[in-house]
Design a protein around this ligand. Structure first.
Ligand code: APR
Length: 236
């Protein structure tokens, strides 16, 4: 039976595809106030600004390409049962060929009604795939309410966290790539890994995990993934 490799990714995995991370120097949260564009209070304060912010991100995604790190993760499906849990709202894992991707913080290419069934039921029945098209104030869902990004804003619950915990609990190997691990609950997911589960962390900067199970690969995602593949081949 194939070993179960669970991969948790953050903004760093898409950095080499041209996407600014959030908290690095020059990152998105230096250019924008997170409370304005990515919080639920910000949404109700100024929907137009929030829609524009995500329209820009969506347009940028159209022209972006998966990089060698996304591709390496997809190729590992040949030898492992791979589940990717991503904090990213881009679709670069899917476009690289990963078949099991769980989005913790939503998806850029999707929208849903502001007042709909998702928040109460987590049902995706009213979620609409808009691709890379912009959404503006006045664009309404079939139920008559304003369309909003299918994004988990700060201040909102993370509906997929239960599924993510289940996956991490089942992991034979856990790999964390390109996340500063500053944002909970995603940052605490590694604690659910079994005691005998090796954990690999790829990041050019030190990441705040002190855990005896961790092997740290201090490098960018593309080079770090090549190193990870070598390491697991030797150990397996
Ligand atoms: N390869 C790998 N990692 C990189 C690279 C790279 N080329 N470049 C930067 N990094 C690392 C940084 O060192 C940092 O540790 O990626 C990490 C990015 O951290 P953040 O910007 O905090 O992004 P992330 O951890 O994904 O943020 C979590 O915060 O604002 C929210 O909702 C947003 O999902 C996001 C969440």
């Amino acid at each position: 039976m194939k070993k179960h490799l669970v991969i948790l990714t953050g903004a760093g995995v898409s950095a080499e595809s041209g996407f600014a991370t959030f908290r690095d120097t020059g990152g998105l949260w230096e250019q924008y106030d997170v409370n304005d564009v990515a919080s639920i209070e910000g949404w109700y304060r100024n929907r137009k600004l929030v829609l524009e912010f995500y329209n820009q991100r969506r347009a940028q995604l159209k022209d972006a390409k998966p990089n060698a790190a996304h591709v390496a993760m997809a190729q590992l499906e040949k030898d492992y049962r791979v589940d990717v849990i991503t904090q990213n709202v881009d679709n670069l894992h899917e476009r690289a060929g990963s078949t099991r991707v769980l989005h913790l913080h939503g998806e850029l290419t999707k929208v849903r009604p502001e007042n709909g069934i998702y928040d109460r039921t987590e049902s995706e029945a009213e979620v609409i795939d808009v691709g890379y098209r912009p959404v503006i104030l006045g664009d309404l869902a079939p139920n008559g309410s304003q369309l909003r990004p299918h994004i988990v804003f700060f201040g909102e619950a993370v509906p997929n966290i239960g599924k993510a915990i289940d996956l991490v609990e089942q992991a034979d190997i856990l790999l964390i790539v390109g996340s500063s691990l500053q944002v909970y609950p995603a940052a605490g997911l590694y604690r659910y890994a079994r005691n005998d589960c090796p954990i690999y962390v790829i990041d050019p900067k030190p990441v705040p995990i002190s855990d005896p199970r961790v092997t740290f690969i201090q490098d960018v995602a593309t080079k770090g993934m090549a190193r990870f593949v070598e390491l697991v081949e030797v150990n397996d």
